[in-house]
Structures are given as C-alpha cells and as structure tokens.
Write a protein that binds this ligand. Sequence first.
Ligand code: B1M
Length: 217
Amino acid sequence: MTQELFDAMKQSVVDGDEEKAAELAQQALAQGIDPLVAINDGYVPGISYVGEQFGAGEMFLPDLMLAAEAMKAAVAVLEPEMERRGTQRQMLGKVVLGTVKGDIHEIGKNLVATMLSASGFEVFDLGVDVPFEKFAQKAREVNADIVGVSALLTTTMVGQKTVIEALDDLGLRPQVKVMVGGAPVTKSWAKEIGADGFSEDAMGAVTLAKKLVTSKE
Ligand code: B1M
C-alpha cells in the first residue's frame, strides 16, 4: 500500500505533475507517513530518474524544470510537518546556508535547511547563486557557528573553496566551521579544500552540524 503511494509519488515527479505531487503528499500526511521518508522513498527516486534520463539525453531541460516544480510542490506540503516534528528542541547553533554562485539548484539545499531548522539550528538561508563574499559577510553579521555551501554542478563546486577563502579573508576561520554538500561533492573534495565536513544527504547534514558545534566547545 505504502509502496504504491511511493510509486505514485515518483511518477508524479517524472510527469512533472505539481498538483498530483502535492495531493500525494497530503495523502502521506493523512496516513501518518514520516515526511522525510516520503521525500526520500517517494519523490527523490522520481527526480533522480529524471536526472538520469536528462544525462542520457532521453529527457530535456523543460522536463527537468517541470519535475523540479512538482518536487517543490510536494516538499512545500511536507515541510510544516517536518518542522513540527522538531518542535521540542533547544537552539543548537547558527548556520548560514546557500547554494554557491553560478548554481541555482535549490531543492537539496532547502531540504538541508528544513532538517537543520527542525533539529534546532537557526538557519540563515541565503538562497541560490550566492556570491562567495556574501556567505562570509553574513557569517560575521550573525556570528554564525557554521557556514554550509551547496553545489550541484562540477563547474560550481570549486566555488566552495572560494567561500572558505572569503571566510579566511575576514579572519573567521577556523572558528566558523564549513560544511559542504551536493551531488558531485565527496569526502575527499571536502578534505582537499579544507572544509570541516561533508554530508551526502539532509539527515547526514544534521549529524555533521551537531558534531561541528560540539567540536567548538
Ligand atoms: Co540540473 N543538473 N542543471 N537542474 N539537475 C543536475 C545536477 C545534473 C547532474 C543532471 C544530469 O546531467 N544528469 C547536471 C550536472 C552535471 C554536473 O555538473 N556534474 C545538471 C545540469 C547539467 C544542469 C544545467 C547546466 C542544465 C542546462 O541548463 N543545460 C542547469 C544549470 C543551472 C545552474 O545552476 N546554473 C541545470 C538546471 C536545473 C533546473 C533549474 C532545471 C533544476 C533545478 C531546479 C531547482 O532546484 N529549483 C535541475 C534539476 C532538478 C537537476 C537534478 C535532476 C535534480 C537535482 C535535485 O533537486 N535533486 C540533477 C540530477 C541529480 O542530482 N540526480 C541535476 C534532489 C535533491 C533532494 O538532491 O540536490 O543532491 P540533491 O541534495 C541532496 C544532497 O546532495 C545533499 O542533501 C540533499 C538532500 O538529501 N546536499 C547537501 C545538497 N546540498 C547540501 C549541502 C550540505 C550538505 C548536504 O551542506 C551544506
């Protein structure tokens, strides 16, 4: 039964059907399904499939855009419940987060923001296509504990290194920790650029952020 729902979720993203995607998200909530499980087991397989087809030249940019809109519509329905589940919490730290300059992929970054915020972090989400220095300026302004930089393109992930340099320029390292993520980002890349950590997904980002603030104490 649940698998049928997950299959329909995947299909709604593949079809780029915003309305259906949102309706299925409502159904998942009504059935008491954990919203993050619905995202990971229902919608992510859909967007991953579309990404593969796009990479193989079988689907095109408009398909990718429609799929992304459907996925966003579903996440928008699930987000309040994700936040609600994180209500009994203490403030763990401040995170400045964004997708690096030249890159407009926001779905994964938004999920990371939601999960961090639901887990007790105060998140300053700078959005997408964020200039390198803006991460550093915001970190100084809000006295951030962590700066999180997302990148989905092999051409933009080098910008993660530039953000670290911008933090260095303002004398904010190593006090302000840096975590990086996004589909092409690896542990060895994080190490190479001097980041404090990398995570493959939104839950991992929460675990990592908790570790990073603890290491500061
Ligand atoms: Co783009 N795109 N895209 N795209 N797109 C990819 C990334 C691509 C792999 C598709 C492919 O070719 N197979 C490819 C990149 C190739 C490469 O560089 N290696 C690609 C390309 C080429 C492009 C364009 C250049 C296409 C073109 O115009 N010719 C263009 C670039 C635009 C730009 O940014 N300048 C482009 C545009 C777009 C859309 C606008 C159409 C749309 C984004 C819409 C939006 O975000 N509002 C889009 C989409 C949807 C994708 C795919 C299909 C899906 C991305 C996504 O949302 N995944 C993607 C293929 C793929 O990844 N399978 C693709 C779901 C999301 C939940 O996962 O974002 O990985 P993800 O986030 C995860 C983790 O990575 C991690 O946690 C998240 C949650 O689990 N994570 C972090 C992410 N950030 C983190 C930060 C952290 C920690 C963890 O700490 C700070």
